[in-house]
Design a protein around this ligand. Structure first.
Ligand code: CP
Length: 365
């Protein structure tokens, strides 16, 4: 029986596997009709515990364009989640109805928990402030389409680096390619989490931090803008204080390189001035469109319809340890283990001895 592969974080795929995904997405863009029946008879289930426009619609459109069908919910209140059904039971049930599942959840590690109980591939469509790997596939594919490579690039990441899960996934993914460097631009309150900066330091990765766009924009190849995530703040006064701290304007764009590209996972609020939409460097709308094609490629790969992808070893296979005592348990209050008490705490030990939660990725201290 073929191995079931999941996509929970970008590192689940090797860089060679990612290249396969990007190449197939490019072929689909060139000739979409050739793929119109590749998923005939297949069913995608979308479990969206949080709102979405791009991720849900692009996944649904991807499956329909491949000839398959879609079931699911866009609001958990319309499902038996309201009766108290947990993530493991929900995925156990839909595993019998569909061929592949996409899950977005406000709790960090929920898609990982789902994958442990699933008989079908599970795709993480965003889990709290943790990861959003299919956005990262979209981002990488867009960068690759512009520069023809994913190495030797300087990437500025701006805005809500604390809660912005797309920024965390992007850093994980781009730090695997040679000679990339990062500029993290944010107010102090929204800095990149320490555990991510620590990982970068341990890998010897070059990065610097800046407080303003003017300080950080001048020599980057990619400027990755993000929205301040109001929904993740427990203190709304703090949100009000920081929400307008980084806004990209035509004036600030004068400081940027002529061949830089601006990416944004979208939705935007006010952080990119609308006049920039007509600038040739504004790539965010075509980035969102590319997201559908990369998701078509991903579905074909995970459904074993694109060569022997799913029979390969996974990139992220690692020895997982079940926590035995309090000291080995994840303390992140936003982790799925804090929300679903029946789940066993799991962690893995990195080469340097650091332990991280297998669900939410936080260091266990
Ligand atoms: N980029 C992104 O995840 O957008 P949605 O929240 O609309 O899916």
């Amino acid at each position: 029986m073929d191995k079931v592969r999941h996509l929970i974080e970008p590192l689940d795929f090797t860089t060679e596997e990612l290249e396969d995904l990007f190449k197939l997405a490019d072929k689909i863009i060139e000739n979409p009709k050739e793929y119109a029946h590749e998923c005939d008879g297949k069913i995608l289930v979308t479990l969206f515990y949080e709102p979405s426009t791009r991720t849900r619609f692009s996944f649904e459109a991807a499956m329909i364009r491949l000839g398959g069908n879609v079931v699911g919910f866009s609001d958990p209140d319309s499902s038996s989640v309201t009766k108290g059904e947990n993530v493991p039971d929900t995925i156990r049930i839909v595993s019998g109805y569909a061929d592949v599942a996409v899950i977005r959840h406000p709790v960090e590690g929920a898609p990982k928990a789902a994958s442990l109980f699933s008989r079908i591939p599970v795709i993480n469509a965003g889990d709290g402030g943790h990861q959003h790997p299919t956005q990262t596939l979209t981002d990488l594919s867009t960068i690759r389409s512009k520069f023809g490579r994913l190495d030797n690039l300087k990437i500025g990441i701006c805005g809500d680096l604390k809660y912005g899960r797309t920024t965390h996934s992007l850093v994980d993914a781009m730090s695997r390619y040679e000679n990339n460097s990062f500029v993290f631009i944010s107010p102090d309150e929204l800095r990149m989490p320490a555990y991510i900066c620590d990982e970068l330091k341990q890998k010897g990765q070059t990065f610097k931090e800046a407080r303003t766009i003017e300080e950080g924009i001048s020599d980057v190849d990619v400027f990755y803008m993000t929205r301040v995530q109001r929904e993740r703040f427990s203190d709304l006064d703090e949100y009000e204080r920081v929400k307008d701290s980084c806004i990209l304007t035509p004036e600030k764009m004068k400081l940027a390189k002529k061949d830089m590209i601006i990416l944004h996972p979208l939705p935007r609020v006010n952080e990119i001035h609308p006049d920039i939409d007509d600038d040739a460097r504004a790539y965010y709308f075509r980035q969102a469109e590319r997201g559908m094609y990369i998701r078509m490629s991903l579905l074909l790969h995970l459904l074993n319809l694109a060569g022997d992808f799913c029979r390969n070893n996974t990139a992220s296979e690692h020895e997982v340890v079940i926590a035995e005592g309090e000291a080995e348990m994840c303390k992140n209050p936003k982790c799925i283990t804090a929300n679903e008490s029946a789940l066993k705490h799991r962690y893995y030990v990195h080469r340097n001895g650091v332990k991280t939660c297998d669900y939410c990725g936080r260091i266990i201290e």
